[in-house]
Each structure stands twice: as structure tokens, then as C-alpha cells.
Design a protein around this ligand. Structure first.
Ligand code: 13P
Ligand code: ZN
Length: 243
């Protein structure tokens, strides 16, 4: 496997964001995983190639030693299996069913989003433990209303995926069902998943949503429920920023 300049840059990009996930406290032990469709920068080979974090690998070590903790896989021509093509044998994340189904969906839709990130942001996950927040767009509206940036930088809001076993096809299918409408989904009582054109984009969206969740939580901790921006204020933002 030859690491050309573009591939080296993408590995560094994943390592950078893996470091953020760890610093944020969103990546306890081996929590979270990242995949990157690198087909366009892999040389001399056909089929689809993905850079994926390894199962049971710590984000803090993906950051410090990326290719000791990530795999490059090539999907077979019939799409039924994959081969590990990096020198070092690292088993891909247990969430590969979700990651690959999502990449398949994104490619099928002609969307230019090459990255899938899954992580465990504390406050957002905590919010999914409240059934009252799980209705369609209830959390989107609440999180948007906490700070203008969330409305501006996460214009689609968040989708909700009911609890399903980690790594399961059921989880993958339920996630895809949300991706027509959302770029970030919350997996009930588990984590967040975001898609984007590069690793920074979904990280920033999850980070912005997380900031809103923290503002909400801070208000509650101070003894009040944050009022939130009004519908009219959010509508004004929508018009001003063309959201
Ligand atoms: P992996 O270590 O297999 O990537 O699993 C981490 C995780 O967060 C599962 O949801
Ligand atoms: Zn997880």
C-alpha cells in the first residue's frame, strides 16, 4: 500500500480529530470510530477503499500513532467481503456495518460526503435518556434555540435513532433512514453519528450541538430551564443566513 501525499493528509486529518474526541471526553476506552472513503486517492486499484479506525482501538492512540490503530480496507468487487490492505493487520471497527451501509447510501445518492464519525458526546447522549426529547425534531428545536450558531451550522438539526444493539444491521438500517433529512443522528442511549465531506465538518457539527446541550444543562444546573430563542428569532436567522 503506497501512501501518497493526499492519503497521508487524510490520515493526519483523522488523527487530529481523534485527538479532539479524546480531549472532549467523548472517547472513553475505545469509544467511537471513524471511516473515510479514500477510493479517489488510493493508487492503481479498483473498487472502494476505506480508512477505518480499528475495533477496540483508543482514539487517543489513533491520534498519536494513526496507522498502528487504523486499517485500510478494500471492498471486494462483489461487495460481499473486504480485505485489509495496509501493512499492519488491524481489525476494523465493530460498527463497520453502519459505516459501510452509510457510505453505500451516500455514494448511491451522489453525495460528496466521504467521512462517517461516531462518538459518545456526554451531554447529547444524556439527553437521549429522556423519552420526551425523542420525538421528531424535538431535540433539534431545543438545541437550535440555545445559541444562534447551532441553528446556523447544523441547519438540518439532529435525527434520532431508537436504541439498537451496537454494531448491528438494525442500527445501520435505522441510521440510513435518518440520513435523507439529517447529517447528524443520535443513537439513543449510545452516541452521535455524523457524516461530512471531511473529518472536521461532522466533528464541528457534533461539537456545536454538544455546546447547545451543555448550555441547556448549565441552565438546569443553575436551577432554571433556559428560555431558548423564540421561533421568530430562529426564523430570522434562517432567513438571514439562507438556511
Ligand atoms: P469499536 O472499538 O469496535 O470501534 O467500537 C466502539 C464503539 O463506540 C461502538 O459503538
Ligand atoms: Zn459507540
Amino acid at each position: 500500500m503506497k501512501y501518497n501525499r493526499q492519503l497521508t493528509e487524510r490520515i493526519a486529518e483523522v488523527a487530529e480529530v481523534a485527538g479532539y474526541l479524546w480531549q472532549k471526553g467523548w472517547a472513553e476506552r475505545n469509544g467511537g470510530n471513524i471511516s473515510y472513503n479514500i477510493t479517489d486517492v488510493a493508487e492503481n486499484l479498483c473498487g472502494h477503499f476505506f480508512l477505518v479506525t480499528g475495533t477496540n482501538r483508543r482514539m487517543r492512540y489513533v491520534c498519536s500513532s494513526p496507522m498502528d490503530n487504523m486499517a485500510v480496507i478494500r471492498i471486494s468487487d462483489d461487495g460481499r467481503s473486504y480485505a485489509i490492505v495496509a501493512e499492519k493487520y488491524i481489525s476494523p471497527t465493530s460498527e463497520l456495518p453502519s459505516h459501510l451501509s452509510i457510505h453505500d447510501y451516500l455514494l448511491g445518492r451522489g453525495r460528496n460526503q466521504k467521512v462517517v464519525i461516531h462518538t459518545h458526546p456526554i451531554e447529547l447522549v444524556a439527553m437521549t435518556h429522556n423519552a420526551a426529547f425523542l420525538g421528531r425534531d424535538v431535540l433539534s428545536r431545543l438545541l437550535w434555540s440555545m445559541i444562534p450558531e447551532t441553528r446556523a451550522f447544523c441547519p438540518k438539526g439532529v435525527g434520532i435513532v431508537p436504541y439498537a444493539l451496537p454494531g448491528s444491521i438494525e442500527l445501520a438500517d435505522a441510521t440510513i433512514a435518518q440520513l435523507d433529512d439529517y447529517d447528524v443522528v443520535l443513537w439513543e442511549k449510545h452516541g452521535a453519528l455524523g457524516v461530512g465531506e471531511n473529518v472536521i465538518e461532522p466533528f464541528d457539527m457534533i461539537d456545536t450541538l454538544s455546546k447547545s446541550a451543555q448550555i441547556y444543562m448549565s441552565g438546569r444546573a443553575m436551577g432554571f430551564t433556559p428560555a431558548g430563542m423564540s421561533d421568530a428569532q430562529m426564523q430570522q436567522l434562517k432567513e438571514a443566513f439562507n438556511l
